[in-house]
Design a protein around this ligand. Structure first.
Ligand SMILES: [Zn+2]
Ligand SMILES: [Zn+2]
Length: 395
């Protein structure tokens, strides 16, 4: 489910992700970014060599296989444990996943779990609310998220072979690049290996940077995730990102037959072959729960717009008295309170649920009314302040 811990409640923990992303964190490590940039330039070197159909097929095949390894392996298995594998296939999946050149499975899973824990807050690893560039590639090229938080992946670090694969995650890519060179020469290397690698990168990154921006929301999750058919096509099923945030433990992300999810189809085939066990899929009840069209309060979008409104107000507050600033800060706290009351009500099983929900709704209405009044007052004050300034200038 989309149950996230509120950032504040973990403030005393040693969790390295539990700290807002500051402007200083966004500095790109230029030296470490060189191989990344170089990989983008190498496919262009293909104009100097002979490119054959073998190289093109190699490129398409490696896009397909490695995108599947990321979606079905790094994401749905290592990050979310949405199915079971025995130890040997688990090791093979981890090693094969490294060929996509997205670091090791432990690093990937730890950061992805942090994304779910802090979705669209100031602590989110790659929220587009920190800007498109940051959410697409900036967070990878900065130093802020270089290390792996072992506490977030204890279920994986108990396998020494996974720790080994994560540490030596360069072996897979180098072996694959060498294989491509042996098959297709320079064309095999530039097009077969490097072009497909860059395409898999940006397909994966697009989920981080775009699946919280483009598409539709079906479920009222605490974040801004969306469902996009186009992104699902490019990433073999990862575009149903709002479904995924609604039910993270599910191996199936396209919840209905028309939601294209080839990663899940492949997992089904592997389940028939008994390689994969306990594939988790959403029940009918789960698919129906929490829909916006049924009146579920869309807290994720509310929070986003409310934060935008608050920062618009905060920009002008500095030039005024501190009273409106306090009012607005108070309103922000009240929103947090109302939010956690609604979240509590969601999990409570007692008969008092209706009453609590009603109370939360009432306090929320009072709050929005107070906020509106405060905003109006702020607007009026700020306009008369400007008028005064202008009068002063004229005089
Ligand atoms: Zn997300
Ligand atoms: Zn996920």
């Amino acid at each position: 489910m989309s149950s996230t811990t509120s950032p504040g409640s973990l403030a005393a923990s040693s969790d390295p992700y539990d700290r807002p992303i500051e402007p200083g964190d966004k500095r790109i490590n230029r030296v470490h970014s060189i191989p990344f940039l170089l990989a983008h330039l190498l496919p262009l070197a293909a104009i100097f060599v002979k490119v054959t159909w073998t190289d093109v097929i190699l490129c398409a095949g490696l896009y397909l296989v490695r995108m599947m390894l990321i979606t079905g392996g790094y994401h749905r298995y290592f990050s979310h444990r949405s199915y079971r594998l025995s130890r040997v296939p688990q090791f093979i999946l981890a090693f094969a996943g490294t060929t996509a050149v997205q670091k090791g499975p432990l690093w990937w899973a730890a950061h992805h779990r942090a994304h779910h824990r802090f979705s669209d807050t100031d602590r989110d690893v790659h929220s587009p609310q920190h800007g498109f560039f940051w959410s697409h590639v900036g967070w990878i090229l900065s130093d802020r998220f270089k290390e792996t938080n072992r506490d977030a992946i204890r279920d994986l670090t108990r396998f020494p072979e996974l720790v080994w694969v994560d540490r030596y995650n360069w072996i897979g890519p180098w072996a694959l690049a060498a294989g491509c060179f042996l098959i297709g020469g320079w064309g095999g290397l530039f097009i077969g290996f490097f072009l497909s690698t860059v395409l898999v990168w940006h397909g994966t990154f697009a989920i981080n940077s775009m699946a919280h921006v483009f598409g539709k929301r079906r479920y009222a999750t605490t974040d801004t995730s969306r469902n996009s058919f186009l992104l699902a096509m490019l990433t073999f099923g990862e575009g149903w990102h709002n479904n995924h945030h609604h039910y993270q433990a599910s191996a199936r992300q396209g919840f209905f037959w028309w939601e294209w999810d080839p990663t899940y189809y492949a997992l089904r085939v592997l389940a028939v072959a008994r390689v994969v066990k306990d594939l988790k899929a959403p029940s009918k009840k789960m698919r129906r729960a929490g829909r916006i069209k049924d009146g579920q309060f869309d807290v994720g979008m509310f929070r986003k717009h409310f934060n935008q409104a608050l920062s618009a107000a905060a920009m002008s507050v500095g030039t005024l008295t501190s009273a409106p600033a306090q009012l607005i800060a108070g309103a922000g706290q009240a929103v947090q309170g109302a939010r956690s009351a609604v979240a509590d009500a969601r999990t409570a099983t007692s008969e008092a649920l209706d009453a609590r929900l009603e109370a939360a709704r009432r306090s929320f209405e009072e709050l929005t009314e107070a906020t509106r009044r405060a905003a109006d007052e702020l607007g009026n004050l700020s306009r008369s302040y400007q008028r005064n300034l202008l009068l002063h200038d004229d005089a």
